[in-house]
Ligand binder design. Structure first.
Ligand code: CP3
Length: 366
């Protein structure tokens, strides 16, 4: 097994004991950092930044140079797969992601193909390989993908959506066509994540940002079932370690019991969930990641510490918690406040973990 100087995140995601609660932050490399904005400007566009492994690696590591984070997450986007399928993604200022081509009918679905991760998406694998070299086993590197449903919403709607009218009418008018699209995406995501693991990703996160716009019944059929298929087909071990899988369904708190059964090792929680309640419901089955309201980072340092402590206290003693925000960090947050949060979590969480030497004997090997 490769020795990591800090493997708290990998241990906590598998509910193994740790000395302190680990923390990383969704979208930790991003616009709230002036050094990110500088490299982004040099690159010229978001996609150019993603597609240049040296620059993607540089921005991946930027937040780790500033803060004592317990993991890095590869800088990329959930929409690289449809871009590789020929939909041509751009991130437009003030508008978000926009596709040049959409997928709304049978002819468009027929044109789709499963991208080869080491060809069309090689830039992501190269960025991962480079980051692993640069990280030199200091902290683990997280790989990620969107869920088939969430990626499909962008492909069908053409970008961000308010009511998801186009994809939902596809669901109710031509469910078989939507299933075909989701099936191609499931194959694509599986190959992509396995390539990320082969390139060096040490944990995997699946983002289902829009699962909660579905009814409970259709969430299981059109989103969770596909996530489960992906997880069943992921590489379980790499470098003699388990590769934990986190599933984040924004707004999924009401379906925690189902999510806990999809084969994941951990559930990412948004800030609407009481983490104590989540632990009671599913804590025996999965670890939990989250779930500070991202807006807390606008507060004074003392308030940030108090709000962090509330979450640590709510989760209580024992392993199985990775601290994070309940969604991505907001672009106008002062970076100093992130340091306050990271340091507070490390300092305050020691009280919730046993400092027992015997714990070290439990390992991640199988
Ligand atoms: O967490 C990290 O640091 C890794 C990088 C990461 C990005 N996007 C970088 C990014 C991750 C994990 C994502 C995931 C992602 N992308 C999701 C799922 C998570 C979530 O937020 O729910 C979704 C839905 C997307 C689609 C997407 N890409 C959106 C909504 C945006 C933001 C648009 C905007 O203008 O705010 C993007 C672009 C994007 N992806 C940015 C970053 C840092 C901002 C682009 C920029 O620099 O201009």
């Amino acid at each position: 097994m490769v020795e990591l100087a800090n493997d708290r995140v990998l241990r906590a995601l598998l509910s193994l004991p740790v000395d302190k609660t680990p923390i990383w932050i969704m979208r930790q490399a991003g616009r709230y950092l002036p050094e990110y904005r500088k490299v982004r400007q040099q690159a010229g566009s978001f996609m150019k930044l993603c597609k240049t492994p040296e620059l993607a690696c540089e921005v991946t590591l930027q937040p780790l140079a500033r803060f004592d984070l317990d993991a890095a997450i590869i800088f990329s986007d959930i929409l690289t797969i449809p871009d590789a399928m020929g939909l041509e993604l751009s991130i437009v200022e003030g508008k978000g992601p926009v596709f040049a081509n959409t997928v709304r009918d049978e002819a468009a679905v027929n044109k789709l193909f499963v991208p080869d991760p080491e060809t069309e998406l090689k830039y992501v694998c190269d960025a991962i390989r480079l980051c692993r070299q640069e990280l030199n086993n200091k902290v683990p590197l997280i790989g990620f993908s969107g869920s088939p449903w969430t990626i499909a919403t962008y492909m069908v709607e053409g970008g961000t959506s308010k009511h998801f009218s186009t994809i939902k009418s596809m669901l109710y008018r031509s469910p078989e066509l939507l299933h075909r699209l989701l099936d191609i995406l499931t194959q694509s995501v599986t190959a992509y994540l396995n390539a990320q693991i082969a390139a060096g990703a040490q944990a995997i996160m699946i983002f289902d940002t829009w699962g909660s716009v579905l009814t409970a019944e259709y969430f299981r059929i059109f989103s969770l079932a596909y996530i489960q298929t992906i997880i069943e087909n992921l590489t379980k071990m790499a470098e003699k370690r388990r590769v934990p899988v986190v599933v984040f369904i924004k707004g999924g708190g009401r379906w925690m019991e189902w999510i806990a059964d999809c084969g994941c090792d951990a559930i990412g929680l948004d800030w609407t969930v009481q983490i104590a309640k989540a632990k009671r419901m599913v804590g025996e089955r999965v670890a939990l990641q989250g779930n500070l309201d991202p807006a807390v980072l606008y507060a004074e340092p003392e308030v940030i510490r108090q709000e962090a402590e509330k979450i640590l206290e709510s989760y209580g003693e024992g392993p199985g918690h990775v601290f994070n925000l309940g969604h991505g960090i907001l672009p106008d947050v002062p970076p100093e406040n992130v340091k306050v949060l990271v340091d507070a979590v490390h300092e305050l969480s020691e009280n919730y973990h046993q400092q027992d030497e015997d714990d070290d004997e439990e390992t991640l090997e199988e």
